[in-house]
Design a protein around this ligand. Structure first.
Ligand SMILES: [Zn+2]
Length: 286
């Protein structure tokens, strides 16, 4: 996932926004600074924008966001005097979140430097993440996701900004598939491929990640450092240790064929079972 130098949204995120599939909670992982501020404005505008493609920069919502005056955008400011974000701050957001939007169709709450939440505040936030009121979007910023409780982390869509690049965090379903491939166990393969292909549009994206992860495993086998990080390091390494290079190539071809069939409206249950059995077959032969 990349932010162009001009600050446009990553293509995949833009596509999701265009379809109205906007994550309820996003963590923008980046050091404080101008690039992050620009990304926050872009994302916020894309959420409330009524034009196309989002953010159109021309509709009244976009213009108000870029001017910093949109009434449905609330910012918990980064107050340097306040070292810790406390539970009361989060409770205030929670009670505000149930108030309807004024002008836009949804409301955006921006929580800057969210790593300053103490544990109590994070647990309060978790309740909001678990049952988000309709039309409420949370945009968190932090230098690193490391400061968040795993339960909170798992409910945030991650966007990492480094320089002008944003990298999507690995999806745990791809990790699970890789781990199943490394085990070669039929049930694990059936279960993880079913999870991967449960949703057609998302399945196509996850298969793309799986393919990138296979490429990473192939690179790892050759001792190359040039990797895309489409899956977690542990899962990728476990697979790389288990498979031959020829198997990686066959698995990659299998992922391609599965994506082609998924795109051609194949029955997802049949397809995921077929994928699992073919993968097991590949893994059973050198
Ligand atoms: Zn707009």
């Amino acid at each position: 996932m990349q932010f162009s130098a001009a600050g446009a949204l990553p293509a995949e995120l833009a596509a999701r926004f265009a379809q109205g599939r906007i994550p309820h909670a996003v963590l923008l992982e980046a050091p404080a600074g101008e690039a992050r501020e620009r990304a926050v404005r872009e994302l916020t505008a894309a959420i409330v924008c009524t034009g196309s493609p989002r953010p159109c920069r021309a509709c009244v919502h976009c213009r108000k966001v870029f001017a910093g005056i949109h009434p449905d955008v609330s910012v918990l400011e980064d107050d340097p005097k306040q070292r810790v974000i406390r539970v009361d701050d989060i409770r205030r957001i929670r009670s505000d979140a149930y108030i309807r939007a004024n002008e836009a169709e949804c409301r955006v709450f921006i929580l800057q430097e969210a790593q300053r939440m103490n544990e109590e505040a994070q647990n309060a936030l978790l309740k909001l993440l678990e049952e988000p009121p309709a039309g409420v979007h949370l945009l968190l910023t932090a230098p690193s996701r490391a400061a968040f409780l795993p339960t909170v982390r798992s409910r945030l869509a991650m966007l990492r900004l480094s320089g002008v690049q944003a990298v999507r965090a690995p999806d745990e379903r791809v990790d699970a598939l890789l781990t199943a491939l490394a085990s070669g166990e039929r049930y694990a393969l059936l279960r993880t491929s079913a999870a991967l292909l449960a949703d057609r549009a998302e399945g196509l994206r996850l298969l793309g990640d799986a393919k990138a992860a296979l490429r990473d495993a192939a690179a790892d086998k050759l001792g190359l450092e040039n990797r895309r990080g489409a899956a977690g390091e542990d899962a990728m390494r476990a697979l790389s240790a288990r498979v031959t290079r020829a198997q990686v190539l066959r698995l990659t071809a299998l992922v391609d064929e599965t994506a082609r069939r998924l795109g051609a409206n194949a029955n997802q249950q049949l397809l995921s079972a077929w994928f699992a059995l073919e993968a097991q077959e590949i893994l059973s032969r050198q």
